[in-house]
Design a protein around this ligand. Structure first.
Ligand code: THU
Length: 132
């Protein structure tokens, strides 16, 4: 899928973010090898620790439905009620989850600041990743 179309789905996903604590809303759209798209938003919790990032929501939805091969993800984030105006890079935990399922050299991570898309391979964002 065209990366801007994937960004649009991430913006759509962000609408569902549950963020009563940080008020920072993130959306992700994850494409599978066969062209399916899973959307995810961040889901916060009063105990903070159980909070799930948008990217992991998308991955866990996909994996729990039997999809294990992925090509790209688009991620957007901004404070609640605001337009996207900065890049939202995935946290370290999400990068590690991506590395479980994705090829570092080919899996693409698209970040959007409201004007421009910047794309990175997973290896660029997580060099020398841990695996067993
Ligand atoms: N967040 C994400 O959804 N993805 C990231 O990669 C970084 C952080 C969320 C978690 C929390 O709900 C909010 O952004 C503020 O940290």
């Amino acid at each position: 899928m065209d990366k801007m179309d994937l960004v649009k789905l991430a913006i759509e996903a962000r609408e569902m973010a549950y963020t009563p604590y940080s008020h920072y809303c993130v959306g992700a759209a994850l494409e599978t090898a066969d062209g399916k798209v899973y959307k995810g938003c961040n889901i916060e919790n009063a105990a903070y620790g159980p909070t799930n990032c948008a990217e992991r929501t998308a991955f866990f939805k996909a994996v729990s439905e039997g999809d294990l091969k992925f090509t790209q993800i688009a991620i957007v984030g901004a404070p609640k009620g605001e337009q996207i105006s900065d890049f939202c890079a995935p946290c370290g935990v999400c990068r590690q989850v991506m590395s479980e399922f994705c090829d570092g050299d080919t899996f693409l991570i698209h970040l959007y600041d409201g004007e421009e898309i910047r794309s990175y391979t997973l290896k660029e964002l997580l060099p020398l990743s841990f695996s067993l």
